[in-house]
Structures are given as C-alpha cells and as structure tokens.
Ligand binder design. Structure first.
Ligand SMILES: Nc1ncnc2c1ncn2[C@@H]1O[C@H](COP(=O)(O)OP(=O)(O)OP(=O)(O)O)[C@@H](O)[C@H]1O
Length: 637
C-alpha cells in the first residue's frame, strides 16, 4: 500500500484521481468505498505504511472519528462542482434539497439566490441522519436532491430525483498536493525524530556510563536531568527529580549561585557523608544569557582508584613495595618476635614508628608491613627526609601548583601525600626533618588534608604513615630537636628492630645469603674459604647491621675472585676496636694486594677515587693493579 491512500466514494472520482496520479507520477493507492466500508481500507493501509488518507464528504467525517493517528484530507467541493448540478435543475420552481455534511458553503447559497433556486439545505453526519435528511426534504416538498453518494442512496430509496456532485480536476489536484506536502513533512519529521532519538540515546548512554555524576538545571533552577551516578553519589531527595526546583532535591546546593553569577566554579570540593566529592559547576551561556547550569560530580576515591591503576601500571617499580616478610632473613627469637609484632601492626591503619640502628632493616619492615596491609594494592611512597633541603622537602611533601615551584620549575608537582593516597607513605630518617617541616607534617597528618604550595584549596588524603629513625625520639623531644606532637602522631604503634648483635646467629644467615649472591655459581668453589672467614667473623658486633654484612661480604668476594688466599684476606676483615687484631689491620701495608683491592672495592672500583684514597696518582694505581693482576671487570659476577 502506498503512503497516500485515496478513498473515492464513486467510480468517477476514482478514475479522475487515477488520471492525475499517473500524470504526476505519484505513488497513491486508490480505492472506491465510503463510510463504514472505507474503514477496512484505512486499517489495512495503516498496517502497510499509509501515512496520509484522502477522502470526501461524509466518509471524511466518519474516518476522522475512527482514526486519530492518521491525517484525513478532504477533497473539497468547490463552487465549480455545482455548475453541472445547476444545469440539471434549471427552470425548476419547486424546492431543491442540498445535502451536505459540513455547513453548505456561502458561495453555493449566493449562487442559488442569483439563479432564483428555491434551495433547502440539509446537514447529516452519518447514514441514519442522511436518510432522515432525505425524508425531511421530501416532507418539505423538494423535488430534486443535490449532494454526495450517501444521500443519493436514500434519495433513490425514497424516490427523490437526485444529482450527484462530482469533484472536478482542480479539487482532486488540490487534495493530492496537500497530501504530498503533508507526507513530506511527516517523513521529514520522522527522520528528524529518529535522528534526535538516536542522538538522545547516545547522550543518555554517555550520561549514564560516564564516571561522573551530572545534574543540569534550567535558567529558573528547575532540574532538567540527573544521571544514575549523581543519584548514587549524592543524597538527593524527592524522586523523580526532573521538573523540581534544585533546592528541593539537593538543599545545600550552590547551583543557583552559579545561575545568578554566570561564573563557573571548577574543582570545588564538597563533603557528602564521609566522601569527598570534586565538583565542577558550569553555566550554559547562550547569547550572553545564562540559560542553565550543568554540574559534574566525581568521587575523589574513584578518581584516585583509576589514577592508581594508571599510575601503578606506569610506575609499578617506583610505587610498589619491594619486600615481603618472607624476604627477611633471621631466625633468632628476637627477630621472629619483631616480625610477629610487625604482622599484627600491618592489620591496623595506625601510624607506625620503626626504630632501629643503621641497616637494621627498617626500610624492609616498612615495605613488608605495607605489603601485608589492606593497602597493599595502593602505592608505597618513600620520602627520605635526610635527602633534601628544607624547601625541597616541603615541595616533595606538599607539592606545588604551576608557577609556585620554590625552585622556579615549570608545571606542577603532586605531593608525596597525594601520590601515596590509598597506600602508605614511608618517612625515612624522619628525625632529619627540620622543625618547620615537622610542624607541617603535624598539620597534614592531623587534618588529613594537603594544600599544595600556591593552591587555594585542600586535597583530602587517605594515607597510612610509617616513619623510621635510628634515634630515640623521646630523647630528641627532650632535647628540643623534635616536636612532641609529631612524635605522638607518628608513634601510635612503635616497632623496635633489634640490632644484629642481639639476634644470635642471624648474622651468619645473612652472610651466607650475601656470599651466594656475590659468588653466584662460583660459591661451591669457595665454600671452604667462606667457612673459614665466617668462623673468623664470629663474635663481631656488626654496628652497621645488615648493611655492614653486605659490604664486608662483597669485599671478601672481590678479594677471593682476585685469587687472594684466606690468610691474606683475614687482615682485611672488620674487627671490633676491643680486638687485639686491630693492630694487625693498622699495620696493613698500603701497597699490599689486599689493601689495593679493598681501596678499589670501597670506591665501587672508581680508579680516581681509589687513587685519592691511597694518596697516589691514577697511573701509580694502574701499575700496582697490573703488578697484582687485579681486574675490575665483572667484579660482581
Ligand atoms: N633481615 C634481613 N634479611 C634480609 N636482608 C636484610 C635484612 N635486614 C636488612 N636487610 C638488607 O640490608 C639492607 C639494609 O636494610 P634496610 O635499608 O631495610 O635498613 P634500614 O634500617 O632502613 O637502614 P638505614 O638506617 O640505612 O635507613 C637492605 O639491602 C636490606 O635488604
């Protein structure tokens, strides 16, 4: 069925319409029918793509009542249609009946008056009233009836002479043109609606699948849209939200003030329950007028989660903890007790102060605690407080905005607290932090917020702090070197790491581990020498703890690999000042092979540094190395 359906009440009208349709090459389905019978064609047409219906007279009236979802165009009877009819009734003196559904047109009335026709006008609306109209005409003494096909039926039934009005070509053309135009605007409208729907669906998808919550209000402050995320993130009231005043759904809102000022507010932070939400409020300005405001909301936690995912991918090495408790070597009761304590601390969220001598494993404990904590998937950030000047340490800890770098650097820098958000911040050698940094730390830790240098807003942070020191902080506080408040903040839990000398045979296990590390596959070759050396080291107090174990073993390995005999190496081993062997070491000849190797290895095999240490020129040192056949390639292999 074509998009235009023409229902002609008579064969004659159908034929005329067909002619025009062919001439104009139009796609129109033409059916001959009227009134009730015409309904089935419209129904069929609607099922098969009909968009516009054309009909005439009473059928139009009836079809419009039945079908409200399709436009029904009427072919109008213009005055030209009556000319033929007037030809037929010329000279008749008796009354003539004019039957029609709408009010008879004024021009027909004028024509009757001019032609001296005694005209009577009868209106009807359906078949029943059509018959009644014919009967009334007969009662009124009418001898002729003029009208459409319906009243013709009753005129014939009641023997009233009748002239059927037929539309002329012009009427049909008019109706077809109107139908064509209407069809165009319907299909255009449908296309536009489809495109709009598609666009809306696309926006709706973006709207509901973006991580941000979105609320838009119109210029009067009425809510236009609220997406799913905003609904979940904010304590909104009075659902459904659309169409309500923004204050009704979000009482504390600042959107109306943006509506008034027309000024956007970017990166504002607001607290909703325990969640910190980052908000942007942007006015929609059209032709210099504020037409509404769109606000986006982002849960800082989720920002950090996605940032962390990216960050941990990019800097996996830098931000992830490097050690686990299982990496720790030591079976002494003292050490095992410390590990057990550290493991129980790991389960909490409190600050931990690690106190232990140089090289006792504080950093290793900090990593392991982080790894065993609920924050293990978050970052582990280390700040060595001994490594920076006061200004640099401040910049490292709190960061700075673009243009606020204390060193005139371009761009911004995130604070260590931000980088550690959701994870652990390890403040190593915390006692080295200058006083002004200590008070800054107190402020940040207490408020759990950090403000970058040059910034006017604070960033909430969720960080567990582990600090390390080799000093007794209580003493430092007493001496006025360390802020009492900071010590209390940091030492909610304290872990004292025992020195190696109090850990039984742990030193031997560490030595073994290091020998394996430095000798690698050659270990078995030197097993006897290693045993002798370990025996010799028995009782040494290891003031530098694991650090010192590692350094001594590394040096011994270099000497062994250079073909030195154990007897030659023994004088190069560390001894306690109380030991008698000290004199042996002191008299160690500067140009002895062991002394040259020791000097080289303690300078990481840097010739210039070793020469300075031995107080000789580089070439003298080269000569000695040649003499003793000392090679410095692959020393660590
Ligand atoms: N129990 C242990 N098992 C294995 N290796 C250890 C152990 N303790 C320390 N180490 C190693 O010794 C070195 C020094 O340890 P760490 O840096 O943890 O000590 P620290 O107390 O933080 O030192 P510092 O006082 O210099 O900051 C590291 O290479 C570490 O891996």
């Amino acid at each position: 069925m074509a998009a235009i359906l023409f229902i002609a009440p008579s064969e004659q009208l159908a034929e005329r319409a067909q002619e025009i349709v062919l001439e104009r090459n139009m796609d129109v389905s033409i059916k001959v029918s009227y009134l009730e019978a015409a309904k089935k064609y419209v129904e069929e047409g609607l099922r098969n793509g009909t968009k516009v219906v054309i009909s005439r007279g009473g059928s139009v009236y009836l079809l419009r009542q039945y079908f409200t979802n399709v436009p029904i165009i009427a072919t109008k009877l213009t005055s030209g249609c009556y000319i033929n009819a007037f030809e037929k009734i010329r000279g008749i003196q008796e009354p003539i009946a004019f039957f029609s559904v709408p009010e008879i047109q004024e021009n027909v009335r004028s024509l009757c008056y001019l032609m001296n026709v005694d005209a009577r006008y009868y209106r009807f609306s359906d078949e029943e009233s059509a018959e009644e109209a014919v009967k009334a005409a007969l009662r009124d003494g009418c001898v002729y009836g003029i009208g459409g096909v319906l009243t013709k039926i009753y005129a014939e039934k009641h023997n009233l002479k009748y002239v059927t009005l037929e539309n002329n070509r012009e009427d049909i053309e008019l109706a077809l043109s109107a139908a064509k135009q209407l069809l165009k605007s319907i299909t255009d409208g449908e296309r536009r609606r489809r495109a709009l729907k598609l666009r809306l669906e696309r926006y709706e998808t973006i709207f509901n699948y973006t991580h941000d919550g979105i609320i838009a209000i119109d210029r009067q402050g009425y809510v236009e849209v609220v997406n799913r995320q905003a609904d979940e993130m904010l304590p909104l009231k009075n659902k459904p939200y659309e169409g309500k005043k923004i204050e009704e759904i979000l009482p504390e809102t600042k959107l109306p003030s943006v509506l008034r000022s027309g000024e956007k507010e970017i990166d504002e932070l607001m607290k909703v329950g325990n969640t910190i939400i980052n908000t942007n409020r942007v006015p929609i300005i059209i032709d210099d007028k504020v037409e509404g405001v769109v606000a986006t909301f982002r849960d800082i936690e989720s920002v950090h989660t996605s940032e962390q995912k990216i960050r941990s991918r990019l800097h996996r090495k830098g931000l992830a903890s490097r050690y686990r408790f299982t990496d720790m070597i030591g079976e002494s009761r003292a050490f095992q007790r410390t590990i057990r304590m550290a493991k129980s601390y790991a389960k909490t969220n409190s600050s931990i102060l690690l106190q232990g001598e140089l090289g006792s494993g504080k950093e290793m404990f900090a990593h392991s605690i982080h790894h065993a904590s609920k924050r293990s998937k978050g970052p582990f950030v280390t700040v060595d407080c001994d490594n920076y000047s006061a200004r640099a340490l401040q910049a490292e800890l709190v960061g700075y905005e673009d243009g606020a770098s204390p060193f005139g650097n371009k761009g911004y820098q995130e604070s260590a607290f931000e980088r550690a958000h959701g994870g652990t911040l390890f403040l190593d050698k915390v006692a080295s932090a200058p006083k002004m940094i200590q008070s800054l730390l107190v402020r940040v830790i207490e408020s759990r917020e950090v403000r970058r240098l040059g910034s006017d807003h604070v960033i909430p942070i969720d960080v567990r702090i582990i600090a390390a020191t080799r000093y007794d902080l209580n003493e430092r506080v007493r001496e006025g070197e360390f802020l009492g408040e900071l010590m209390y903040e940091l030492s909610v839990l304290t872990l004292k790491i025992p020195p190696l000398r109090d850990r039984g045979d742990d030193w031997r296990m560490l030595c073994e581990n290091r020998f394996h590390f430095f000798l690698g596959s050659e270990y078995r070759q030197y097993a006897k020498e290693v045993q002798t050396i370990e025996k010799y080291l028995q009782g040494y107090t290891w003031k530098g703890n694991a650090h010192e174990v590692s350094n001594v073993v590394e040096r011994v390995c270099v000497l062994l690999k250079n073909g030195m005999a154990v007897e030659e190496i023994i004088p190069a081993l560390p001894i306690d000042s109380s030991s008698q062997l000290i004199n042996e070491k002191v008299t160690f000849d500067k140009w002895n092979k062991a002394a040259v190797i020791e000097a080289l290895s303690s300078c990481q095999f840097n010739i210039s540094k070793a020469a300075r240490m031995l107080n000789c020129s580089r070439s003298t040192l080269y000569n000695k190395m040649k003499k003793y056949d000392i090679k410095i390639n692959n020393m660590n292999n």
